[in-house]
Design a protein around this ligand. Structure first.
Ligand SMILES: Cc1ncc(COP(=O)(O)O)c(C=O)c1O
Length: 398
């Protein structure tokens, strides 16, 4: 007997983890590897705020039951207040759903909106889960470009061109993974206008909204300026609050009631069918959003230094160039030398120098060759990785 997997699993790709298979093989040979591939601050030198751990521990023994399918009230209420602080109007706790990481919210939202053959507009480069979700729910990939020349802001004209009658939603990832770009209010307004003209909602992924690296820039929650356009906002404790392993995220439904009510109920149906997410860790949500925020200042300060080292060192290497990321812990350098593919470049670097990045094409089909750097690692690890990268470039293309 042979179990045959479904066709819809064929196009599910996740380069961020797939590339680790190569590294594992190499590690077995005894090679020391610097991992700059995975967006998990906890594998580097960051620490979960103590008051969040305390909040979970305090409630641990009374949270062995299933939780409410929508999430515990305390967490939903805290997220509704967070929405108000962000300027997203009219959000009550019933408009919040606590999810198993932002990832579950993304999967449920795509599942509830898309029929076979329809599409969702996703950014390229962009976080690959969206395209995996589209593949899994038998949709058609439809991506709009982010413009490197314009600090990786969405290319509004391209977005306009790509929308068609079967487009069900526009995905905005701001701050962006993998480029670290932060979108201006004026860019967001243009996207809202397009969504309004076509009567489609926006899925706004704001996973890194508290990791803004420069004081002269500020974050705008898309839902706070969307007017009549319905918005589903995704966020998570994973990155801002340094607990990716706890698997706690949320989604917020905002916009006119008549536009969103039926869809919101469809997502909630999916949530009820999966009973509940992990219960104890939900007690961290209120503690995180409304407790001390000092760790965010510290994290941002540390990341700013690491970002600056990253940009300086990479821009000094002949054949590579990188735009300055303004948020999160990702940079997306361009490879300006002749290579067959960025996947081959990244694998060759891994083999020759033991430095692991994710190849750019793992974030969608791109015009050039790129790779993603996670600069959450220590300054020492980063400097050593960039020494090796410089050596690699000189040896092969110098
Ligand atoms: C843009 C973006 N959205 C969503 C997620 C999912 O995060 P989680 O499921 O850990 O909350 C990630 C994780 O890297 C991300 O970068």
């Amino acid at each position: 007997m042979k179990i045959v997997p479904s066709k819809k699993t064929e196009n599910i790709r996740y380069a961020i983890r797939d590339i680790v298979v190569e590294a594992r093989k190499l590690k077995k040979t005894g090679k020391e590897i610097i991992y700059l591939n995975i967006g998990d601050p906890m594998v580097y030198d960051f620490e979960t705020p103590r008051h969040m751990i305390d909040a979970v521990e305090k409630n641990w023994s009374r949270s062995s039951s299933y939780a409410d399918s929508m999430g515990i009230s305390e967490a939903r209420e805290a997220v509704a207040r967070e929405a108000a602080r962000l300027g997203i109007k009219g959000v009550a706790d019933e408009n919040v759903l606590i999810t198993a990481g932002g990832s579950e919210g993304i999967m449920m939202s795509v599942s509830a909106i898309m029929n076979r053959g329809e599409n969702i507009l996703t950014p390229t480069p962009g976080y690959p889960l969206y395209n995996s979700a589209v593949a899994q729910f038998e949709g058609v990939m439809n991506s709009y470009k982010l413009d490197e020349e314009n600090e990786w802001q969405p290319d509004i004209e391209d977005m306009r061109k790509k929308i068609n009658k079967k487009t069900k939603a526009i995905v905005v990832i701001n701050p962006n993974n993998p480029t670290g770009s932060l979108y201006t209010k004026s860019t967001l307004k243009k996207i809202i206008d397009i969504a309004g003209e076509h009567d489609i909602p926006i899925f706004s992924d704001e996973t890194y909204d508290k990791m803004i690296l420069d004081d002269e820039f500020s974050f705008t929650a898309l839902g706070s300026i969307a007017g009549d356009v319905p918005v589903v906002t995704f966020n998570t404790l994973s990155k801002n609050y340094l607990v990716p392993g706890w698997r706690i995220g949320w989604m917020i439904f905002s916009g006119p009631e008549e536009a969103k009510a039926e869809y919101e109920e469809a997502v909630k149906k999916i949530a009820r069918a999966r009973l509940s997410i992990n219960h104890p860790q939900q007690y961290a949500v209120k503690a995180a959003l409304e407790g001390p925020q000092g760790h965010i200042r510290e994290t941002v300060k540390t990341l700013r230094k690491r970002r600056d080292i990253t940009c300086k060192r990479i821009n000094e290497i002949d054949g590579l160039s990188v735009r300055k990321p303004r948020a999160a812990f990702y940079a997306f350098p361009r490879i300006d030398v002749s290579v067959r593919s960025d996947e081959e470049f990244v694998k060759k670097l891994l083999e020759e120098e033991g430095v692991l990045f994710v190849y750019g094409s793992g974030f969608g089909p791109l015009d050039g060759n790129y790779f993603r750097v996670v600069f959450a690692a220590s300054e020492e690890a980063l400097n050593s990785a960039y020494d090796r990268l410089g050596r690699f470039m000189k040896r092969n293309w110098g």
